[in-house]
Ligand binder design. Structure first.
Ligand code: URP
Ligand code: ZN
Ligand code: ZN
Length: 470
């Protein structure tokens, strides 16, 4: 089966040019101006942009948490991702006491319904000699990354010595440590004190998780990476000071890379004070306008490497069903913490929003170039996480994961338009210009305008090898 996308403008991480794209079977077979269809089915993409399918390096699907579960699973979340132009996602495996293989098997089972391609990171939330010995076995399972936490004491956090040892093991095995940076001890103390003082409202989630904790923790992780001579990747950067610390470390040759997420570019602590403030609860929390601005600068200047979503959606009111694919669905959500901010499930929707929202607010607004957009959304995550050039690229031989992007399409965005399985959208009512028109996964059309053409189970697990330090 051959498909020819004609007359489009290709946008890659480094160049923008006019060419036709021939897709044969699942791959990009040729890229050149003036290709003739012969036996191929032709699609006219005149006036449209051709982008590589998005690669979202940070999602949490079907994640049990706070006595409920994130409300998108490995089908619904994948479908929403596809409508936003993303064709590859990376989820985080919860580490069970029975070890890596057992834990990965659980996630493999959950992902049998996958609709786009996917791979896994391992949450390294326990550490001992046995676990240390077994870390290299993850590479054989196609998992190249370990996420560590400097917060969530007694639950997800491992101590700094263990993080440092994990980095040394990662270095010796071509792996990468990803770090969630906050100060767990300060958070636990402030939370205890806030509760004792009777504070229960959502804003206290942010007030008990200070920005400086994220800043010093990032520098601490960078320092450990330097001492271990290992690469590190900072997830969900949310504070301006983190951008400064990342820059400081990178200028000194430390192999540390950074990701931010759209929510940290727009929203602030004030959103948590609204009557529906729980919608904005995630960890790390929203910060200030100055932090939004510095993160944008970090993207414009190229201090940061990727934009992920940290998609971890919950219903705002999980007692009220929504209709999803013709059936009513209600999943307990933010209302669980109505009387106590510590019980509000942490996380936000965003898997579909990422590319359309950032196109308008980033590229059209002149804050980042279209090439930077592709670098942050597609190419850099593929390179860092060992998927390049199969993913994140418009190259002959790459998977034909392609988005035909209409740069002039205007939409009024929000929950009615979003396919994310939740009852709210952070970008409600935003006017966007630029939206995916057609999305192909390995040469198969999965999104055609508003029509879903993908299927449960068509997504493939991507075994990842060593990545590149950017
Ligand atoms: O609030 C969030 N981000 N939930 C997901 C877990 C994490 O730390 O990324
Ligand atoms: Zn995290
Ligand atoms: Zn996360």
């Amino acid at each position: 089966m051959e498909l020819l996308i004609k007359n489009g403008t290709l946008v890659t991480a480094t160049a923008t040019f006019q060419a036709d794209v021939l897709i044969r079977d699942e791959k990009i077979a040729r890229i050149s101006p003036g290709l003739e269809p012969d036996s191929a089915q032709a699609i006219n993409a005149s006036g449209k942009l051709i982008l590589p399918g998005g690669v979202d390096p940070h999602v949490h699907l079907d994640l049990p948490m706070f006595g409920t579960v994130s409300s998108d699973d490995h089908y619904t979340g994948h479908k929403a991702a596809a409508f936003g132009g993303t064709t590859t996602v990376m989820d985080f495996v919860v580490l069970e006491d029975k070890g890596f293989q057992y834990s990965v098997d659980i996630w493999m089972k959950k992902a049998e319904k996958a609709a786009i391609d996917y791979s896994f990171h391992m949450n390294l939330t326990q550490f001992n000699d046995k676990i240390a010995r077994e870390i290299p076995s993850l590479m054989k399972m196609g998992i190249q990354t370990l996420k560590v936490f400097t917060a969530y004491n007694g639950r997800l956090r491992i101590d700094d010595g263990s993080i440092f040892k994990a980095m040394q093991i990662a270095r010796d095995n071509g792996m990468l440590v990803m770090a969630h940076c906050e100060n767990g001890d300060v958070i636990e103390t402030l939370t205890e004190q806030a509760l004792a003082a009777g504070h229960r409202t959502p804003e206290w989630h942010a007030l008990t998780r200070p920005a400086w904790g994220a800043v010093e923790s990032l520098l601490r992780v960078a320092g450990m990476a330097s001492a271990a001579d290992a690469p590190a990747y900072i997830v969900h950067m949310n504070v301006g000071g983190e951008v400064d610390m990342l820059k400081y470390a990178r200028e000194r040759g430390i192999k540390v890379m950074g990701e931010t997420c759209p929510q940290y570019l727009f929203f602030t602590f004030d959103d948590l004070r609204k009557p529906d403030g729980a919608k904005w609860i995630c960890s790390p929390p929203m910060r200030t306008k100055e932090d939004n601005a510095r993160l944008w600068e970090g993207l414009s200047e190229g201090v940061l490497q990727t934009i992920g979503t940290d998609h971890c959606p919950f219903f705002f009111d999980g007692t009220q069903p929504i209709v999803y694919e013709g059936s009513e669905v209600a999943i307990p959500g933010k209302e669980l913490g109505r009387d106590d901010f510590t019980k509000i499930p942490n996380g936000l929707p965003g898997i579909q929003d990422r590319m359309p929202v950032l196109w308008t607010t980033g590229v059209r607004a002149g804050k980042i170039t279209a090439n930077q957009f592709v670098a942050y959304m597609c190419t850099n995550p593929a390179k860092i996480f060992g998927l390049y050039p199969r993913k994140g690229a418009l190259l002959e031989g790459s998977d034909a994961d392609i988005v035909i992007w209409d740069p002039e399409k205007k939409v009024k965005y929000g929950v009615a338009m979003s396919r994310q399985r939740t009852d709210y959208n952070l970008y409600e009512g935003w006017e966007l210009t630029g939206y995916p028109e057609k999305v192909f996964l390995r040469g198969r059309l999965i999104v055609d305008g508003e029509e879903w053409k993908g299927k449960r189970g068509m997504g493939q697990f991507l075994r990842r090898g060593e990545g590149v330090v950017l």
